[in-house]
Ligand binder design. Structure first.
Ligand SMILES: C[S@@+](CC[C@H](N)C(=O)[O-])C[C@H]1O[C@@H](n2cnc3c(N)ncnc32)[C@H](O)[C@@H]1O
Length: 263
């Protein structure tokens, strides 16, 4: 079943990849959302080894390269995205792998300073394994930062600007869409509650540093919104967060021991 979903999503991502060249990439965390320049979650990636989960067209890795990251690694389910990422990063020695994020493909353990994922983590068919793997890739003291649709967002529909709850936020499961980006490209996307993301991070061993329910980036300050029923719109974003962003840390075990001695 999971294998079928991954195969279906891979084929569809290969088909729609051209719509996503440089879209949903750092410094953006998501639609209308504050950017890395406003949130400064990554600090200074200079000399860091970074791994991008669901690296897409490679533009977030390019941003990391421009900020001085020393090693660029990326994983993505789609062959087409990986080919595009190779093109985007042709001037850098990036290590790019076409694979599902939920699979252990032998990436180095206890190696990365930062692992991040911009609008990709929610695609995983196995959140538990994905977070456990990410935890294993990080050095102690390393950070994991991800952004994804706010978990309630998929349930927000609007009609003539009136926003209402559609379906059940309580029911986790998945939604299959027959079309994606206007193309015949069926995709299945898991639906998870906010506490599932948080609890799975904790179970994998992470310490949560901050949880952000996005606000609108100041880049839109001068733009007058129009009433809109589109899935993403400035109108909706000014009323409800489009994006969930979490920064979590793999604690340095020595620090843990030290603190315990004083408790
Ligand atoms: C919105 S794009 C991410 C864009 C990317 N963050 C960037 O910087 O350009 C979502 C990506 O998730 C990838 N994806 C979907 N399911 C995946 C999975 N199970 N494992 C790895 N990547 C996956 C898709 O192929 C797609 O490239």
């Amino acid at each position: 079943m999971i294998v079928d979903i991954l195969k279906q999503n891979k084929d569809s991502w290969d088909k729609v990849a051209h719509h996503f060249n440089g879209i949903d990439a750092l410094p953006s965390f998501g639609p209308f959302t504050q950017s890395e320049e406003e949130l400064n979650l990554f600090g200074h990636p200079t000399n860091q080894k970074v791994l991008d989960i669901g690296c897409g067209s490679g533009h977030s890795l390019l941003y990391m390269a421009e900020k001085g990251a020393s090693e660029l690694w990326g994983v993505d389910l789609s062959e087409t995205q990986i080919e595009q990422a190779k093109e985007t990063l042709k001037d850098f020695a990036a290590q790019l792998y076409c694979a599902p994020m939920e699979q252990d493909i032998g990436l180095p353990k206890v190696y990365f300073d930062t692992v991040y994922s911009i609008y990709a983590i929610g695609w995983t068919t196995d959140l538990k394994s994905t977070f456990e793997l990410i935890y294993s890739y990080l050095k102690p003291g390393g950070n994991f930062i991800f952004s994804w649709d706010h978990p309630l967002y998929v349930h927000l529909k609007s009609q003539d600007g009136q926003i209402f709850l559609d379906g059940s936020y309580q029911d986790e499961g998945s939604i299959t869409y027959a079309r994606f980006k206007g193309e015949e490209a069926p995709v299945t996307i898991p639906k998870r509650k906010m506490n599932t993301y948080i609890n799975e991070l904790i179970k994998a061993g992470f310490t949560i540093e901050c949880v952000i329910e996005s606000d609108v980036s100041t880049n839109f300050d001068s733009i007058k919104e129009e009433v809109s029923d589109r899935y993403y719109s400035l109108y909706k974003a000014r009323r409800f967060p489009t994006t969930l962003i979490i920064k979590a840390k793999k604690m340095n075990e020595l620090t843990g021991v030290h603190l315990n001695n004083f408790s």
